[in-house]
Ligand binder design. Sequence first.
Ligand code: ATP
Ligand code: MG
Length: 569
Amino acid sequence: MLYSKLFGRTRHNPPCDADSVNAKFLTQAGFIEKLAAGIYNLLPLGFRVFDKINNIIEEEMNAVEGQRLLMPALHPIDIWKTTGRDKTMDEILYRTHASGDKEFVFGPSHEEAVTPLAAKYINSYKDLPLSVYQIQTKFRDEPRAKSGLLRGREFGMKDMYSFHTSEEDLDEYYERVKQAYLNVYERCNLKAHVIEASGGPFTDKFSHEFSVESEVGEDTIIVCEKCGIAQNLEIAEGKVADPDDKEEKELPMELVEIERGFTVADNAKAHGVPEHKILKSVVYSVEDEGLIAVVIRGDLNVSDVKLENYLKKRLRPADPKVLKEMGLVQGYISPVNMPEGVNISFIGDHSIKNVKNFVTGANEHAKDYKNVNMARDFVVKDFTDLVEVKSGFACAKCEKPLKEMHAVEVGNIFQLGTRYSEAFSLNYTDKDGKSKPCVMGCYGIGNTRLMGTAVEVFHDEKGIIWPTNIAPYHVHIVSLGKDDAVKDGAEKLYTDLQKSGVEVLYDDRDVSPGVKLNDADLIGIPLRLVVSNRTLEKDGVEWKERASDKASDVKLSELSDKVKKFLSK
Ligand code: ATP
Ligand code: MG
């Protein structure tokens, strides 16, 4: 491609509303152009990257017998009513009315489209297993579209759906798709952590997320770099180091009057103790029940999700007004001598078991108890693991320190069971002649998000550094100088490389060397070849890899082999 003819040029300045590296560089380098918040044009350079990512995805999905099809983006509302997701996903659904009073939604996902479709063709166990996928545009009215391609309102997704006769068959296929997903990320040069997550609130089905480390990521994950286990922060398990005071003698409990702030740090400072010695009570209001409190070490936090999973109920932080009406004083609530008539059950996090002589509130303003000890001074209803894991906790498996990192979810796979097949009567006749619902799995990769993530991971201050497999072109030829010899030399190189199957962008513009070289860095094609009078005198070109600072001269006679070797790395 001749750069002078390319639709979508570099810009001198980044867009002023770019809130992330990918939004900034992809726009500035002419890959994408924003139409509205979360809605982007993919320009020719951007589309080439998108296409390459999709080709990788297609190859890997075909390798697990996925059959590619294309489903409509516009769905009659009825199919969404069938599963009730017109209500549960109401917030993000784009709805539209057609002639008459027909209502449609723009598909945010396709379980509701694929299941009735499959029901038309699946009759017998002989039709199973079956796996179909599409690469398609999804629509979600995200409350906050942000970070360029990472959270769009209109975005690309590969979604695959599989149908099975049994959970076992799904399990086996699910593992194969998990591996296919890892292949996709690896081929894009991205290290994806696999995270076991719940299949959604209150189901016993599970799911796996694929997450790539990046500062801009909205998720926090906990990773053990030794044994490779990655966990979602909300449900991560890990061992907290025991304090060295667990052999301390239990001292007599004492009531003290003290003016202090409300935070654990203020409290610890006022009493001159480390934060782990503060016994913290966190009160929640539980759906259809009253209040419940978790007691935990002051230096640790409660994971709301672990607590919800333990109680199997939804919860929210207790309303301060309700607490006040009950005669409780925020910041001083504790399980020690609760006021008469207050009915709160306390659950203990394991972390409090090995601490002696806690400091905790006395359920009165400006009054604390010192030397509080479990069992002797208070009891809890039950103990469980409710702690939010953080960096420095030990891996539950190998004891090595865990690391907390921000990450972008680039894919998600789910075991759906028979939820959708039952809703749409997707049944098959089994060998025993009985009609049974199909067991389903679904598998999504955000392909536009993947493109944005690659830029978040592969860039420097000058621009993007594309991994070869997903780069828009392999080689960026830059001609420096206006002489015919330079022009002819560059053009010959352009033609020769293309003939040997190399994808080339040739900057043939009549602009200054500085502009051309800066643009090459911004666009980020893996290999830059400069042709100038200087290089031609030596029968060569200047070779510079985008990922390296070093440039060297390479003879034209050796170039073709060297380029091939570079591209096959
Ligand atoms: P998130 O938690 O980030 O909102 P999700 O869990 O709702 O995503 P899924 O329904 O699992 O998303 O969709 C499959 C994949 O599609 C995600 O793993 C992600 O890579 C991508 N994706 C989801 N929402 C968006 C979006 N708004 N913009 C770009 N990609 C997205
Ligand atoms: Mg997801």
